[in-house]
Design a protein around this ligand. Structure first.
Ligand code: UFG
Length: 331
């Protein structure tokens, strides 16, 4: 099966490409390298193409003729989306429209799309089910929800088969330590915490301590990046076996607060570090926890790394390794 992976040089995409390589799939990565890195693409060819450049995208599709696309390429930072909404609608919505055009031109039949728990906004029920109301509270969530709508309408009109995966909080790194999360301006909780533990950021900030949660800080469902990628493989198998187009949550179904995550990073790293309270961050819901029963049942997803300690350990190992690499390069 020939697979085109958009955003395959980025954090989640590169773990996906590695997994596909391990399973001997033929892959082509399309990435504009705005956040991604060429060295992170461990399998197949990389084409540096922006989804907003339709002509270049179409050329790649007509040449490679993929059977399926896994579409990761997107802007993904909630706070940035509040400040720069147009950037998010351009990249995440128009980028997806271009992609669907190119898929139609090349006759590509299957799509697995990276969506997000941010489409639920402030959920009415915890854990959240796929059929619960969607009502995003930030432009990032809206851009993904609009893209979902476009995919559904296009599927109806064209016969494209899709799986939409709504990710909860993806974290951790390749257990073999070959790749991990790299960000020019890191905002994610676990990434920032391991950077504080390794002395690259001076202290940790906790955004908001008066949420209606058990300790007043934000609660999230942290899922290991490799388990998330496995869900994509299961989605591809499901589509190839004739499964109907559908939407699935991907998380472990249990939430940790910001303070619990910080405590775990301190425990795993053996470092005590300064923690300061700061105001709530705009666009943050109090709690997001998945009900992923549908992915387990229908996609036969079998998560292996449902352990916050393991998630933090792999993130920390990667941080130690990659920060050494960059020091070495500077010298
Ligand atoms: N947080 C802090 N301090 C930090 C960083 C984050 O207190 O330095 C808090 C946030 O306020 C939030 C929690 O930690 O309560 C998690 O924040 P992240 O930035 O790690 O992740 P988000 O929940 O904002 O967003 C992530 C992904 C989205 C996805 C969402 C789904 O970036 O793509 O999870 O739950 F939609």
């Amino acid at each position: 099966m020939r697979l085109l992976v958009t955003g395959g040089a980025g954090y989640i995409g590169s773990h996906m490409v590695k997994l596909l390589g391990d399973k001997a799939y033929e892959t082509l990565t399309v990435d504009n390298l705005s956040e991604g890195n060429p060295w992170a693409v461990l399998h197949g060819e990389l084409r540096v193409v922006d989804l907003l450049n339709y002509k270049a995208l179409e050329e790649v599709f007509l040449e490679f003729k993929p059977d399926a696309v896994i579409h990761f390429a997107a802007k993904v930072k909630v706070p940035e989306s509040v400040k720069k909404p147009l950037l998010y609608y351009e990249n995440n919505l128009l980028g997806t429209v271009n992609l669907l055009h190119a898929m139609q031109r090349s006759g590509t039949r299957y799509l697995v799309f990276s969506s997000t728990a941010a489409v639920y906004g402030i959920p009415e029920n915890i854990p959240v089910k796929e059929e619960d109301p969607t009502n995003p509270i930030n432009p990032y969530g809206w851009s993904k929800l609009f893209a979902e709508r476009v995919i559904k309408d296009f599927s109806y009109a064209s016969g494209l088969k899709y799986v939409i995966l709504r990710y909860f909080n993806v974290a951790g790194a390749d257990p073999e330590g070959k790749i991990g999360q790299v960000s020019k301006e890191p905002t994610h909780l676990i990434l920032r915490a391991v950077k504080v533990a390794t002395g690259q950021i001076p202290y940790m900030e906790v955004f908001g301590k008066d949420y209606p949660t058990h300790d007043g800080t934000g609660v999230r469902d942290y899922v290991h990046v490799v388990d998330l990628c496995e869900a994509h493989l299961k989605a591809l198998d499901y589509l190839r076996e004739g499964g109907k187009s559908d939407v699935f949550n991907v998380g472990y179904g249990r939430g940790y607060s910001v303070l619990e995550v910080i405590q775990k990073v301190k425990e795993v790293s053996g470092k005590d570090f300064e923690v300061r309270y700061a105001p709530r961050r705009e666009g943050d819901p109090p709690a997001l926890v998945a009900d992923s029963g549908k992915a387990v049942k229908v996609l036969k997803w079998e998560p292996k790394y449902d352990d916050l300690g393991f998630i933090v350990k792999t993130a920390l190992n990667w941080e130690i390794q990659s920060s050494k690499v960059s020091c070495y390069n500077i010298v």
